[in-house]
Design a protein around this ligand. Structure first.
Ligand code: AMP
Length: 403
């Protein structure tokens, strides 16, 4: 089974081509960026070690998929003899509202739902749909499957997902908590159970996806019970540039003080806040913040403490929500790579079952691994996430079941 995974964003199309039956091998991957703006270019690499980055004449997603398809069968850089070798295309789609709770074949009805969610996800769903339509045009007859960021969280119950505002905002405008990063939370919780050797259905797991965007999920028996992101990815943890949770009155107060518009507030909270806003060194990258804190920068020190403390608060809340905990998972850029962050989050929590092994925590690896002491009541794992592979696997599973 050869599966092409497409992640179409506002100005980029990312792709990965998998040979699922051959040990899930990545045959080729890359991206076309700055689509529709000056300097459009393509990065491409294949399993033979060949790679390039060069300008490409791409003005829209259809051009982008055309160029990707051309390179996949190119005489020099290609990895397929014919495009008909592609069995399916898996698409990353951000929002499926309450209507989509698992991967789906992208029929007309499913695409209508992607379109219905434009108002809830204006920065992502329109581009995701453009990517689907581009694939339909360039690779006709190949089934397209949608894997939705919100789908894994569809098992949350009303008392978890509702905001305590008048109910009509939920019924009339669909305002509720949806959660994001679902593909990653699902992938790492399954991988954690497989690594641990216990059935997923018996486990209570907290997954901490700590990247530039960050969220925590409480997973019981393989189902999401709660997650920290809400109507949009702004709720929850402190992130690279997002504030995460705050008193809603802060927004009203800033608006009253400054006369800023909703759009300006959106930019302030999504793009100028988080560790970028607190650290004050012009970077949202935790590596830079850690380096500056190491040199004595107090604001960066505080930013790191705030980031870790917010994660720790969510872990505490989710232990209560799950009624205990078997496995804690760290994943994504900072979760996988920053031993300082992991140690900061778990500092002083030995007494409630988190026995972190400092030696294992400090070892670097790109493999799934335990970083807790052997006698730790709660297993602490680092699980590298792989959203592209998860999308390819979901796509394969769906098509095999249909067949
Ligand atoms: P992601 O969004 O999963 O790609 O994660 C990217 C983010 O992970 C970066 O912006 C950094 O903040 C963080 N990150 C990656 N590597 C490290 C590292 N070695 N130490 C600390 N943070 C890291």
């Amino acid at each position: 089974m050869i599966v092409l995974v497409i992640n179409a964003g506002s100005s980029s199309v990312k792709f990965t081509l998998f040979d699922i039956d051959n040990n899930k091998q990545v045959l080729a991957n890359g991206l076309i960026e700055r689509i529709g703006i000056e300097g459009t270019s393509m990065k491409y690499s294949n399993h033979k070690g060949e790679k390039f980055q060069q300008p490409v004449p791409v003005k829209n997603p259809t051009d982008a998929v055309k160029v990707i398809a051309e390179y996949l069968v190119d005489a020099k850089y290609g990895v397929l003899s014919n495009l008909s070798a592609i069995n399916a295309i898996g698409h990353r789609i951000v929002h499926g509202m309450e209507k989509i709770s698992k991967p789906v074949l992208l029929t007309k009805e499913a695409k209508d739902i992607v379109r219905e969610c434009f108002s809830l996800s204006p920065l992502h769903n329109p581009h995701n749909l453009a990517g689907i339509e581009a694939c339909e045009a360039v690779l006709p007859g190949v089934p397209n499957v949608g894997v939705f960021d919100t789908a894994f969280h569809a098992t949350m119950q009303p008392h978890v997902y509702l905001y305590a505002i008048p109910y009509k905002w939920y019924t009339d405008e669909h305002i509720r908590r949806y959660g994001f990063h679902g593909t990653s939370h699902e992938y790492v919780s399954k991988a954690a159970a497989a690594f641990d050797g216990r059935p997923l259905k018996d486990l209570r797991i907290i997954t901490c996806h700590l990247g530039n965007g960050a969220s925590v999920s409480a997973v019981k028996g393989g189902e999401c019970q709660d997650t920290s992101m809400g109507l949009t990815p702004l709720e929850g943890l402190i992130m690279g540039t997002r504030s995460g949770d705050l008193d809603p009155a802060v927004v009203l107060h800033i608006m009253k003080l400054t006369g800023k518009s909703p759009q300006e507030l959106d930019t302030l909270l999504n793009k100028e806040s988080g560790v970028l806003g607190i650290g004050g060194i012009g970077s949202s990258d935790l590596r830079d913040i850690e380096e500056a804190a190491g040199k004595g920068n107090k604001q960066c020190e505080t930013a790191l403490k705030m980031f870790a403390y917010r994660v720790r608060k969510y872990i505490g809340a989710y232990i209560a929500s799950l009624g205990g905990l078997d496995i804690l998972v760290f994943t994504a850029g900072a979760g996988e790579n920053s031993s300082t962050l992991r140690a900061g989050i778990l500092e002083g929590l030995e007494g409630i079952g988190f026995k972190l092994c400092p030696k294992k925590n400090s070892e670097r690896s790109s493999e799934i691994r335990a970083i807790s002491k052997d006698d730790s009541p709660i297993k602490i794992l680092v699980v590298p996430t792989n959203e592209e592979l998860a999308i390819a696997e979901f796509t394969t599973e769906l098509l095999k079941n249909k067949a």
